[in-house]
Design a protein around this ligand. Structure first.
Ligand SMILES: [Zn+2]
Length: 176
């Protein structure tokens, strides 16, 4: 059964009261959030984002992958070209408790995932054995990716599913 009709019903209600059709493409906050696809961790809710506030990337686990590195570099290039100056943007990586990617890192699950995909790369890229270590490691992934500008500011945070609270694990730093 598809829930597509539900989405359209909700969109009709949204569009009926819509009055923000003239928002600029430049976001209101100098923040690029990387967060998980998990339905419980939508930054519009936990960070109070409104339309036009912030750039948001989401992937499984909020992990820094090669694709994320490329997308960050592309956004940086677009903003540089649009403004003619160094972009004022901070990448805010937000991983979370109870993430499915923590399960990926459990030895018995990791073994099954590796067998299913025929490679250990999936678990190595996405598995989260320890949130603090993974966040620190993801900042280093960015640092070791030559595509990503050295001037980029980045920080790492945990969102707690049980309390709704954010906490900082890796303080803001540039990659250079
Ligand atoms: Zn997750």
């Amino acid at each position: 059964m598809s829930d597509l009709a539900t989405l359209y019903e909700r969109n009709a209600a949204f569009a009926a009261g819509f009055d923000q059709g003239d928002l600029p493409i430049k976001p209101g906050l100098s923040t690029l959030i990387l967060t998980c696809v998990d339905a419980r961790v939508d930054p519009a809710h936990y960070a109070g984002l409104d339309l036009g506030d912030a750039l948001t990337l989401r992937n499984v686990g909020a992990r820094v992958t090669d694709a994320v590195g490329l997308e960050v570099a592309m956004l940086w290039a677009l903003m540089s070209m649009a403004s003619g100056t160094t972009p004022e943007i901070e990448l805010v990586i937000i991983q979370h408790t109870q993430c499915g990617m923590a399960r990926f890192a459990l030895p018995e699950v990791a073994e099954k995932v590796t067998a299913r995909f025929g490679t250990s790369a999936v678990v190595e890229t996405y598995g989260i054995p320890d949130l603090n270590e993974t966040l620190a490691g993801d900042v280093e992934r960015l640092r070791s990716n030559p595509t990503v500008p050295r001037e980029l500011k980045v920080s790492g945070h945990i969102y707690d599913i049980a309390t709704g609270r954010l906490s900082e694990v890796v303080s803001t730093q540039t990659l250079g």
